[in-house]
Write a protein that binds this ligand. Structure first.
Ligand code: XMP
Length: 513
């Protein structure tokens, strides 16, 4: 790889991925590495700079994660953030102690030196801090660049080495001038050229896939979600008809979903798209099953069978294209400290086992989700695919609490369609990260006309989140909720009550099952 890279050594910070994304937003490619990666390993990269992240430990903890001290001999600038600053300063001769007054949240940073890291900034800025330790004695080798009321050395520069440290977090949005600080570091201090652009990425990746695949056939499981759609489009751009896409209709899809995928990819993009209707098998397998993990197991196993049966009809297929993203492959922490590998977010239903024997084509391995969307836009995918909310592999089966039957699927499909329709009409679809309807396994009493009814309850869930690991419920205006509720109760036979889920994650999850 020839592209310039800024490596982020992750000491277990909750903001590690955020730092990486902020750097990429400045058109500089960033890679998250384990904190204890060796300087030798780093020197093999076309490295322009290093960022040492924050972390939960204190530098004087027995088990505190350390870095290879030889990184300070690499000829690249280093920015230490919070713990990363303290660790580097300790290695370079400063003394760190527990602060008398800890600093959490908003703080006022007085800037004393604007010659490099803080160039073009005002004398005083708002910054976000989160630390219990701080530097007590700088030693003789540092210059103080900024301070806060309780933290005298809130930012420093080393006199001889190209090291900068900030005690606050420039990567979070609560430090409004943070991106200017990162820009100063990346461009003025590291001398980056800014060669990370999604249009270039798409072009290079199309070329790389062509080279990897040669004249062989590639299979791609296409769900119609953002990731698999972008993978299919990229690979199709590379190799055209050598790509065969397989769409499995599991009978658990949303209304018109299959037709939509067919019309987009077969009719519009002219891809070789094979549709496997396996819905009977899925529904037969799920009959009477109410335990969510059991549902997932059954669906996962059926998916593999459906996929294999179709793949067997494609002779000479050597490769499988998959939408693996960067957060799935990041290794952070250290060998002995934190868990080495980032545990994959989800149950991975809809995944395929390695035993299928294909070589993998994973063109999105280096991308964050927002970058995948940018590539999707660049490739000309329609907006409703690029900005689609995630939809779980097990589909509506995990949104019908209890037994999954064709009748209950019909009810949920109709409710889901109204929900999404109204959220879009209200202009809220992009603000909400994921919206869903859930069919509950209880009936409640109502009156319809003069009759007493005893019918189903639909729960509406809408969340806002960045990474789907934590989420808050979306504050949908009451008026919009009213329209959704009214339409569902009036238009969907079998529902007489709609409720809104106001739980955050944690402790609740996004899905109900
Ligand atoms: P939870 O419910 O765990 O969901 O808060 C987090 C995100 O993961 C999606 N999800 C799944 N995706 N297979 C998937 O492919 C699954 O079994 C599954 N369960 C949940 C969920 O929709 C949300 O985006």
């Amino acid at each position: 790889m020839s592209r310039e890279v800024v490596a982020i050594l992750d000491f277990g910070s909750q903001y590690g991925q955020l730092i990486a994304r902020r750097v990429r937003e400045q058109n500089v490619f960033s890679r998250i590495c384990r904190a204890d990666i060796s300087a030798q390993e780093l020197s093999k990269m076309p490295l322009k700079g290093l960022i040492l992240s924050g972390g939960p430990a204190s530098v004087y903890d027995k088990n505190a994660i350390k870095c290879d001290e030889k990184i300070f001999e690499l000829d690249v600038p280093i920015l230490g953030i919070c713990y990363g600053m303290q660790l580097a300063c300790q290695i370079l001769g400063a003394k760190i102690v527990p602060a008398e007054r800890r600093e959490y949240g908003r703080t006022n940073l007085s800037i004393l030196d604007k010659s490099d890291l803080f160039a073009s900034l005002p004398e005083s800025i708002t910054a976000w801090a989160s630390h219990g330790d701080q530097i007590e004695d700088l030693g003789g080798d540092f210059v103080k660049l900024a301070s806060t009321e309780t933290c005298p050395f809130a930012a420093v520069r080393h006199k001889k080495k190209k090291f900068f440290g900030v005690q606050f977090h420039p990567e979070v949005s609560h430090t409004p001038k943070g991106s200017q600080i990162l820009e100063n570091f990346l461009y003025d201090i590291c001398g980056c050229a800014g060669d990370w652009k999604m249009s270039d990425f798409a072009g290079e990746t199309v070329e790389a896939v062509r080279k990897q695949v040669g004249s062989d056939t590639v299979i791609c499981g296409l769900s119609g979600g953002v990731d698999s759609s972008v993978v299919a489009s990229l690979v199709h751009k590379s190799i055209g008809d050598q790509l065969v896409c397989i769409f499995v209709d599991n009978g658990l899809l949303r209304k018109n979903e299959r037709e939509h995928v067919v019309s987009t990819f077969r009719n519009h993009f002219h891809m070789d798209l094979r549709v496997v209707d396996w819905s009977e098998q899925f529904l037969a397998g799920l009959k009477g099953v109410i335990e969510p993990q059991q549902k997932r197991k059954i669906i996962g196993a059926e998916f593999i069978k459906a996929f294999e049966s179709e793949a067997a009809k494609i002779p000479n297929a050597k490769f499988l294209a998959q939408g693996t993203l960067y957060p799935d492959v990041i290794e952070s922490g250290s060998k002995d400290g934190n868990p080495a590998a980032n545990i994959k977010l989800h149950h991975n239903v809809g995944g395929l086992p390695e035993e299928l024997g294909f070589d993998l084509v994973e063109p999105l391995r280096d991308l964050f989700k927002d970058e995948v969307r940018t590539v999707g836009e660049y490739l000309g995918l329609p907006e409703d695919i690029v900005w689609r909310h995630p939809f779980p592999g097990p589909g509506l089966a995990v949104r019908i609490v209890g037994d999954v039957t064709p009748q209950r699927l019909e009810i949920l499909r109709a409710a889901d369609e109204i929900l999404i329709d109204e959220i879009k009409s209200a202009g809220l679809y992009r603000k909400i990260s994921q919206a869903l309807a859930v069919l509950l396994p209880i009936s409640t009493v109502g009156v319809m006309g003069d009759e007493r009814s005893y019918e189903n309850v639909v729960a509406i869930r809408a969340v806002e989140t960045v990474d789907f690991m934590t989420a808050d419920f979306s504050r949908i205006p009451y008026e919009v909720l009213g329209i959704i509720s009214n339409r569902i109760i009036n238009e969907v036979r079998g529902v007489n009550r709609v409720v809104y889920d106001t739980s955050s994650k944690p402790p609740a999850t996004i899905e109900w099952e």
